[in-house]
Design a protein. Structure first.
Length: 177
């Protein structure tokens, strides 16, 4: 694997993107393959946003570009990202920031499974965050389905994160045994 393209784990809330990202890192490390992982959420978690960037998308792209440049100083590596790409504009923003094609694979889960996962993630004292995600999850899943920009879709309902990670890597011709 090389840095010819970035693998993007796309999907709505509660589908397992972050867990799968961690497992992809584990699989690549076990196979001795250079990689870098990025969870998009951590590149725009800042408040208040800049006045010229109310959604923090410009700051997010700039932050990711800076971190990617630092990772590349260690040598070529496979970039794997988790986040949400809702349209071609989003993909173009990531491709411009990272200077490579982005190849999204969408992870999906039924509403009940995703809600259960979100409830486990946002426990006591995080009710507002839980309800925010629960209220938006299904609508975002529909938007992603309608956008149809992903080159593969993997249902995570019945699969452990490690199995999903192996399927993602296999999709790109890099089966890990």
């Amino acid at each position: 694997m090389s840095c010819d393209f970035g693998i993007f784990l796309n999907g709505s809330y509660g589908v397992g993107k972050s867990s799968v990202l961690d497992h992809i890192g584990d699989l690549l490390a076990e196979a001795g393959r250079p990689f870098s992982l990025m969870d998009v959420d951590w590149f725009h978690r800042s408040w208040p946003p800049r006045s010229d960037d109310p959604d923090d998308v410009v700051a997010e792209a700039e932050n990711m570009a800076a971190v990617w440049a630092n990772y590349l100083r260690a040598g070529p590596r496979q970039l794997v990202i988790s986040g949400v790409i809702c349209n071609e504009r989003d993909r173009t923003r990531y491709e411009s920031a990272l200077r490579m094609p982005i190849r999204p694979v969408r992870l999906v889960a039924s509403s009940l499974v995703a809600q259960s996962r979100l409830r486990r993630r946002y426990r006591s004292g995080r009710d507002r965050v839980l309800h925010w995600h629960l209220e938006r999850r299904d609508a975002l899943a529909r938007r992603l389905d309608e956008a149809a920009i992903d080159e593969a879709v993997i249902d995570t309902d019945e699969l452990a994160p490690g199995a999903v990670a192996a399927q993602v890597l296999s999709h790109f011709g890099n089966p890990i045994h």
